[in-house]
Design a protein around this ligand. Structure first.
Ligand code: IMP
Ligand code: MG
Length: 414
């Protein structure tokens, strides 16, 4: 195998989202043809305005065409003929969509905020398109009055990496607004602990705020926390010492999870631990190994930062070793790059979100939104949630706040 194809396959593909890259490519043509970089020294206001209007029109048309392709893709998928979808042909890695995406309208909303059409030097970017897709998803969910469950990732989504959800976190008031509107909330995090106290330490700001805002106890059990991707479920309860009580397994586990026996879990974690140790030896990684009930991971000494190359090499090696192993064929797992650590968890966020949907009485994927920061196809743990529900891909806690504000704004306009 030549080095180029190996590096393209193993090291690059997982760092790109093909649907977003493809849309970016479509928008690049009108950008190249219409943008007026010289107008900056021509001082010709009107030519700039005309450019912005033409670019807006052409970008809108392209987004409308993509919107139609997604409708066609959904139709083929529903009739079991996904291979015949034109979008699948153009973007082979594209998955399934739980709802249509009103991309033209979402583009216009984001253009009003980000002035994409007015730019002369910077083409429509990955981030522009990621945010347009998020807005389209939110519009689609709200239009059908269908936002029954919102699940959030923890690190990087609700708070900075490794931080905790403090009482002054701006997400809190917005999550409370959603809860008052009868939307159920789940926090689906990789952080895996067996005791409520540990989750309380990380999420106390939100838990205390719910307790304070709800003296009539209407929100009891409407907020849940799924830890270890899909392994430990706790529900908010004002009466519990740490505002969380464990939920009995029969109330949330899916039938397929019965196969996650102690024996199968141990076999998988043994393979993962040995693959991690091989990486530590091969690259002299300055890390410790942490084996837990449902996970195994490596993390560096305090103050040490692992490089991107060390993190990516380790996660790709471990994932591959597990995929090839017998243990990895028996139960699902998730190997991911946590920013400065690597973990392998039993199950993944698709199971985590589906368990939340089940706990709340069987919420459909098309009425459920997962918000997270890790949506690349390898080494990222929110990616799997796409199998269970609609998703929004944010890049920081500040973007989560913006997304929640968009939800509030668009639900008022409904
Ligand atoms: P998330 O972004 O909320 O999914 O949290 C991911 C982070 O949780 C990881 O990067 C780890 O630092 C931390 N963590 C703590 N315990 C576990 C575990 O059991 N599995 C995976 N990650 C864990
Ligand atoms: Mg995260």
């Amino acid at each position: 195998m030549d080095v180029d194809s190996l590096s393209t396959d193993a090291l690059k593909t997982h760092r790109r989202d093909q649907l977003i890259e493809w849309i970016k490519g479509l928008l690049a043509t009108p950008f190249v043809l219409l943008s007026q970089p010289t107008a900056i020294y021509d001082d010709d206001e009107s030519s700039v305005n005309i450019m912005a209007q033409s670019a807006h029109k052409r970008y809108s048309e392209i987004m409308r065409d993509v919107e139609q392709l997604i409708v066609d893709h959904i139709r083929h998928h529903r009739s079991g003929a996904q291979a015949a979808s034109k979008l699948k042909l153009l973007v082979p890695s594209v998955g399934t969509f739980f709802t249509p995406l009103p991309l033209e309208e979402a583009f216009q909303f984001q253009d009003g905020k980000r002035y994409i059409s007015s730019r002369r030097f910077v083409a429509p970017s990955f981030n522009d398109i990621r945010l347009i897709l998020n807005t389209a998803q939110v519009i689609s969910l709200l239009r059908g009055s269908r936002l029954e469950l919102v699940t959030f990732d923890g690190d990087v989504t609700l708070y900075d990496d490794g931080d905790v959800l403090r009482e002054d976190n701006p997400c809190i008031s917005r999550i409370l607004d959603l809860m008052r509107n009868s939307t159920r909330i789940g926090i689906v995090t990789a952080a895996g602990y067996t005791e409520a106290e540990k989750y309380y330490e990380r999420l106390y700001g939100l838990l205390e705020a719910v307790a304070k805002s709800d003296p009539g106890q209407r929100l009891e059990h409407n907020l849940i926390v799924m830890g270890g991707e899909s392994n430990f479920l706790f529900a908010y309860s004002s009466k519990s010492p740490h505002k969380l009580e464990p939920v009995a397994q029969e109330d949330w586990q899916l039938p397929e999870m019965r196969n996650w026996t102690e024996e199968n879990v141990k076999a998988l974690l043994d393979v993962a631990e040995s693959a991690l140790k091989n990486c530590i030896a091969a690259m002299s990684l300055p890390v410790s190994v942490l084996r837990k009930e449902r996970a195994v991971g490596i993390y560096p000494d305090k103050g040490v930062r692992l490089t991107r190359e060390q993190l990516e090499e380790t996660v790709l090696v471990v994932q591959r070793v597990l995929e090839m192993s017998d243990a990895g064929k028996r139960i699902p797992f998730c190997a991911f790059n946590g920013g400065n650590d690597i973990f392998v968890d039993i199950g993944d966020k698709s199971w985590g979100v589906m368990a939340c949907q089940r706990y709340f009485g069987g919420i459909d994927g098309s009425r459920s939104l997962h918000v997270g920061d890790q949506f690349l196809s390898a080494g990222a743990n929110d990616f799997k949630a796409r199998l269970a529900c609609t998703t929004a891909w944010i890049a920081s806690p500040a973007e989560t706040v913006q997304l929640l504000d968009e939800i509030a704004q668009l639900s008022m306009e409904k």
